[in-house]
Design a protein around this ligand. Structure first.
Ligand SMILES: C[S@@+](CC[C@H](N)C(=O)[O-])C[C@H]1O[C@@H](n2cnc3c(N)ncnc32)[C@H](O)[C@@H]1O
Length: 363
């Protein structure tokens, strides 16, 4: 099933909204930065009210229009998603008994009405929105390919698990980069997974999709060589983030690799303040917790080795091995690649305790 494409008035409206997003990211951001350079508290500067209004409201306008465009076709889209291809190269495993956790179901992340899980229309709204929201910087999902190509150490991985795979745009490049590996994607959202499965099948990419929580994947101990998570961890409350990392450690084989792409503080007061504000304006309630966490230290405490965080430039060459942040005059996300390995020999005591407590359901 093809995703709807905005045409006619929808296209004109969305082009206008994207134009406003560009204006926010370039002219207004630069103005705010200029005023900040001359001194003063950021949220008291003259350009700040327009800056924050544009960021929140263009996002709302985009979702509303996409929703109006797609919702009338919900039944047809739902039926399309339920029609599975006759011959599959991959597979889809939904769990109708899975209860969505409150932190997930009660938050409209990115201000998207109904989130990405409450129906077929929602996943298509998300898919079309994701194509246009990055202002043409993610055409053909270049960003996701770049992460896989530059952010994941080249090894021979036999089994790969993508946590929070969405509709598969972070999972498909794993198949291209590691064609010999078994690739598995998990997500909480059934409609996302159905769309992920359809798109992967259409493209001939063998991926097994499961409806499971990243904090309790149900896979066997030591059954993957690589665990990835793209744009997932900033959507998790702190205790769940810990659980997810412990779970990743559990399912990794000794010597296995964790590779996460998410946001980080840059140490630049202006950028960090604006990014935290972005979290609030874009309904990302757990982002401040992530920003307060020393992820490298947490990974080491949990029993990972060689934990590192490296800036990632999605508009340039991807991973920045020299550790410097890209400098740009326009607003851009502070992406970071977080990498760590599971020790090849024994787990540290702390990690063993966490794994044990998690299994006992006490964390
Ligand atoms: C921002 S999207 C990123 C999707 C995909 N990784 C990508 O890069 O396009 C976050 C995804 O994580 C899923 N998600 C959130 N919390 C989750 C959890 N605890 N377990 C599994 N999936 C989760 C959401 O349903 C959503 O599809």
């Amino acid at each position: 099933m093809n995703s709807p494409t905005p045409v006619g008035e929808d296209r004109a409206y969305l082009d206008f909204v994207l134009g406003m997003k560009q204006y926010f990211a370039t002219t207004v951001y630069a103005k705010l930065h200029d005023q900040y350079a001359r001194g003063g508290q950021i949220n008291q500067l003259p350009a700040y009210p327009l800056f924050e209004w544009l960021e929140r409201n263009t996002q709302k306008m985009m979702w509303r229009r996409l929703d109006e465009m797609i919702r009338p076709h919900a039944a047809e889209l739902e039926a399309g998603l339920d029609t599975l291809p006759e011959h599959s190269v991959g597979s889809l495993h939904l769990d109708r008994s899975l209860e969505l956790p409150d932190y997930y179901a009660e938050t409209e992340f990115h201000i998207q009405p109904g989130g990405v899980w409450s129906g077929a229309a929602n996943t298509f709204v998300y898919e079309v929105g994701a194509r246009i929201v990055m202002l043409g910087q993610n055409d053909d999902y270049r960003f996701h390919r770049l992460f896989v190509e530059t952010g994941i150490p080249r090894r021979e991985y036999r089994d790969i698990l993508d946590l929070g795979c969405g509709f598969g745009k972070s999972t498909r490049p794993l198949v291209d980069a590691f064609p010999e590996a078994r690739v598995v994607g998990i997500d909480l959202s059934a409609p996302n997974l159905k769309l992920a499965h359809q798109q992967a099948e259409r493209l001939g990419k063998p991926i097994a999709f499961y409806q499971r929580a990243a904090e309790a994947t149900g896979f066997e101990d030591a059954s993957f060589d690589l665990v990835t998570a793209t744009m997932l961890i900033h959507e998790l409350p702190m205790p769940v983030l810990r659980q997810v990392l412990v779970e990743a450690l559990r399912v990794l084989r000794p010597g296995g690799q964790l590779a996460v792409l998410d946001f980080a503080r840059t140490g630049d007061a202006f950028r960090d303040f604006v990014m935290e504000g972005h979290g609030a304006r874009n309904n990302e309630p757990y982002l401040p917790h992530l920003f307060k966490t020393d992820v490298r230290r947490l990974l080491s405490e949990l029993g990972f080795e060689a934990a590192e965080e490296l800036p990632f430039d999605e508009r340039g060459a991807g991973l920045r091995e020299d550790g410097t942040w890209p400098t740009r005059a326009e607003w851009h996300f502070p992406w970071v690649a977080i990498r760590a390995t599971k020790p090849s020999k024994v787990l540290k005591k702390s990690a063993l305790r966490e794994v044990f407590e998690q299994r006992a359901g006490t964390v």
